[in-house]
Design a protein around this ligand. Structure first.
Ligand SMILES: [Zn+2]
Length: 427
C-alpha cells in the first residue's frame, strides 16, 4: 500500500448542477493494487497506516487523470496545419498523412509519438480515432497497452468521397473490425470503438455494417463526427435527403446510444439536441480545433440546458496540442466570446469537463474521473519548476479555485511532472 500526499483537487459532482470544486490542501490518498482505498487529511490517513510508503507530492496540485474524448492517432505530425476550413484541411493536410498509415513501420513511429503525447499531457484515458488500416490500429493498441494507458479505439472506415486509398467496403469493414476487437477489446485497459469517419464519407450500407459490428462486440463504443462545419452539414444533407438531420444519419441506424460519442456538434438543431438528451449520448467539445478551423463557437448553454452530456476532446491534429488543460481554457474563452449566449465557466467546470464528464461519457465513471475511494488511481501531478511564472502565481493563489484557474491558464506539458494510471507511473 502507498499513501500519496499533496493538494488534491477534483470534481466528483457536476458544477453544472451547482456542485463546487472538492479541494483538500494536505490530503492523503491510500492506494492498494491501483485502487484508492482511503482518502482524507494526510495526518488521519497516515495514522491509520503507519507502516505504508509515503510518496510526498506537496507543492503543485494532484488532479484526476485527464480524459480526452476525441483525438486522432494518425494526425500527430499534422498539428499546426493552420489556415484552412475543415474540408480543405482534410484534403490538403490530414488525409495525405492518414494515407501514410498504410506503411506499418511509419504508423509504429507515429503510435509511439502519440502515446507519449497523451501521457506527457497528463491524459490517462482517451477515445481515439484509429487509422484507416487495420495493421496500424494493431500497432496503436499494442503501444497503448505497453504504455499502460486506458484507450478505446477502432478502425476508421469510409467508402465514398474521400481519396480512394482510404476506402473500404461494408463487408471488409465488418470483418476487419471484428478481428481487431477480437484481438484487443477487453485486453489490459483497452476497448474497441466502431468508428465511421463521418456520414459524409460513409454510405448507408457502411453505416449498417457499423451497426452490425456494434451489436456483435459486447461493450464496444460508437464514435464519429457531427455538425462541425456548415459546408460539411450541407453536403451531408444532400447525401441523406430522407433523413431528418445530421444526427439522424447515425441515429436511424441505431448508432446513437448512451456510450456513443459524437465530436463537435457546433451547429445543432434543437431536434438534434433532443436525440442526444433522449439517448444519453455525449458530445466531445473540441474548442481549439473549432477555433483553428474556424468551425464556430460551441453552444454549450443549449447543450447543458437540454441535459446533453458534454466532455472535452483535443481533436489532435486539427486541435493544437494534447493538453486538456489548454482545451479547458479555450472552452472558457469561447464561452466568454459568446456573451449572453455563452455559459461562463469556473475552474471547477473546466476540470469537470476534462475529467469526470469524460469518464461518464465513455462509460468509465465507476472506475475513473475523480479521486474518490473506490476509483482507480489515475492521477496527474502538476508541479512547476521554481522560478517559473506558474510557480510564482501559484504561490500567491487566494484559494483552491484560484490555484486551479492559474493551472488552466499557465500549465504546459512540462509542468505535468508525474502521471499514474491504475497506480502505475506512466510518466
Ligand atoms: Zn476529429
Amino acid at each position: 500500500m502507498t499513501i500519496y500526499r499533496g493538494t488534491v483537487l477534483d470534481t466528483p459532482e457536476s458544477p453544472f448542477d451547482g456542485a463546487g470544486l472538492r479541494a483538500e490542501a494536505d490530503a492523503g490518498i491510500a492506494v492498494e493494487h491501483g485502487v484508492v482505498v482511503d482518502r482524507g487529511p494526510f495526518a488521519k490517513v497516515r495514522a491509520a497506516r503507519p507502516e505504508d510508503d509515503v510518496i510526498d507530492r506537496r507543492g503543485g496540485v494532484l488532479l484526476p487523470g485527464l480524459v480526452d474524448t476525441h483525438v486522432h492517432f494518425p494526425q500527430v505530425r499534422v498539428i499546426g496545419g493552420l489556415g484552412k476550413p475543415l474540408l480543405e484541411w482534410l484534403d490538403g493536410c490530414a488525409l495525405p498523412e492518414e494515407a501514410r498509415m498504410a506503411d506499418v513501420e511509419y504508423a509504429a513511429e507515429v503510435a509511439d509519438e502519440f502515446v507519449d503525447g497523451l501521457a506527457s499531457a497528463g491524459t490517462t484515458t482517451a477515445l481515439v480515432f484509429g487509422a484507416h488500416f487495420a495493421p496500424a490500429v494493431d500497432v496503436l493498441f499494442e503501444r497503448s497497452a505497453a504504455r499502460g494507458l486506458r484507450i478505446t479505439a477502432g478502425l476508421v472506415v469510409s467508402d465514398r468521397v474521400l481519396r480512394a486509398d482510404l476506402a473500404t467496403t461494408p463487408e471488409q469493414a465488418h470483418a476487419d473490425g471484428l478481428a481487431l476487437a477480437g484481438r484487443w477489446h477487453g485486453k489490459e485497459r483497452l476497448r474497441y470503438a466502431v468508428t465511421p469517419r463521418f456520414s459524409l464519407s460513409t454510405t448507408p450500407a457502411l453505416l449498417e455494417a457499423c451497426a452490425a459490428l456494434l451489436d456483435d462486440v459486447d461493450g464496444a463504443l460508437f464514435t464519429s463526427h457531427v455538425n462541425e462545419n456548415r459546408a460539411e452539414i450541407a453536403a451531408v444533407a444532400d447525401l441523406f435527403p430522407d433523413h431528418d438531420h445530421y444526427v439522424d444519419t447515425y441515429h436511424r441506424f441505431g448508432l446513437v446510444k448512451r456510450h456513443s460519442v459524437l465530436a463537435h456538434n457546433v451547429h445543432p438543431s434543437d431536434a438534434e439536441l433532443e436525440v442526444f438528451a433522449a439517448t444519453g449520448a455525449s458530445v466531445a467539445h473540441c474548442p481549439s480545433s473549432n477555433s483553428a478551423l474556424g468551425s464556430g463557437l460551441f453552444p454549450l448553454r443549449r447543450h447543458v440546458e437540454r441535459g446533453v452530456r458534454v466532455a472535452l476532446g483535443t481533436d489532435v491534429g486539427a486541435g493544437t496540442s494534447f493538453s486538456l488543460l489548454r482545451e479547458g481554457l479555450q472552452a472558457y474563452f469561447m464561452q466568454a466570446l459568446l456573451g449572453e449566449d455563452g455559459l461562463p465557466l469556473t475552474p471547477a467546470h473546466m476540470l469537470y469537463l476534462a475529467t469526470r464528464a469524460g469518464a461518464d461519457a465513455l462509460g468509465l465513471g465507476d472506475e475513473v474521473g475523480d479521486l474518490s475511494v473506490g476509483r482507480q488511481f489515475d492521477a496527474v501531478w502538476v508541479a512547476p519548476d521554481p522560478g517559473t511564472t506558474l510557480a510564482h502565481v501559484l504561490g500567491h493563489a487566494a484559494d483552491a479555485d484560484d490555484a486551479l484557474a492559474k493551472v488552466f491558464a499557465l500549465a504546459a506539458s512540462s509542468d505535468v511532472r508525474e502521471v499514474w494510471v491504475g497506480g502505475d507511473r506512466v510518466r
